[in-house]
Design a protein around this ligand. Structure first.
Ligand code: SAM
Length: 231
């Protein structure tokens, strides 16, 4: 349950400088959001690849979000110890551009992210909630899609991946039915230079690695947030 969670009343009320101290003077806001980030593998892989991009993980489990927070803090200290002079030169090599909040991403997402502030939204190996009566608990649903469209800027991408075919079909059909999202295939995204992101989506997370160990299949579906609603 998340009744004990405090939510910011708006993104302006969040102390982003505390999350990203090395970027405090840049006025930057998070542009990538990893929903249900688990142990943080995606953030840690992407951090050095996108030095100008702030990224935020959201995780509902207390211990897991604390673990990720500690993991990022340790990576920052290790990098600064190895090369103290480089923090300001390349803060992303010091994992200064990634952070995490403990939050229920199905609630109050716009309290964390301003309208059109995100260029990427990740749903990697979300909990499947197999039973029909639990489908409303799924992280992709018509109501939530409106919120995802609100926080994503036109041109922004929703990345989904799962090893559960039924969940893949569900996420894909709901996104396809929503007038502000357009399916975009992997080859197109790679041609746009998003190959490193796709690679990380497939392999960087703890759940993705588990699926690999078990020789499971992975189903990717990506969507572009379009400007003008489809007919
Ligand atoms: N994305 C990670 C990965 O690929 O390794 C974790 C996948 S794990 C199966 C799903 C994660 O989503 C869990 O860590 C769970 O606690 C988190 N989660 C589930 N519902 C959530 C919600 N409403 N808000 C934030 N996190 C949530």
């Amino acid at each position: 349950s998340d009744h004990s969670l405090d939510y910011p009343s708006s993104p302006r009320d969040i102390d982003w400088a505390a999350h990203y101290p090395a970027y405090a003077n840049t006025g930057k806001l998070p542009e990538f959001a990893d929903v249900g980030c688990g142990f943080g593998g995606l953030l840690i892989t992407l951090a050095p690849l996108f030095p100008d991009t702030l990224m935020l993980g959201m995780e509902i489990r207390v211990q897991v979000s604390q673990y990720v927070q500690d993991r990022i803090a340790a990576l920052r200290v290790a990098a600064a110890t190895a090369d103290p002079s480089s923090t300001e030169l390349s803060p992303s090599a010091h994992y200064q551009n990634i952070s995490i909040v403990r939050a229920n991403a199905m609630k109050f997402l716009p309290n964390f992210f301003a309208k059109h502030s995100l260029s990427a939204l990740f749903f990697l190996f979300p909990d499947p909630h197999f039973k029909s009566r639990k489908h409303k608990a799924r992280i992709i649903s018509p109501t939530l899609l409106a919120e995802y469209a609100y926080v994503l800027r036109p041109g922004g991408i929703v990345y989904t991946i799962t090893d559960v075919k039924d969940l893949h079909d569900w996420m894909r059909s709901h996104l396809e039915d929503f007038p502000l999202f357009e399916y975009v295939d992997e080859a197109t995204l790679r041609a746009e230079g998003k190959g490193p992101i796709i690679d990380a989506v497939y392999t960087s997370t703890e759940e993705g690695k588990k699926v690999e160990r078990n020789h499971g299949e992975k189903w990717l579906a990506c969507f572009r947030r379009i400007e003008v609603p489809r007919e």
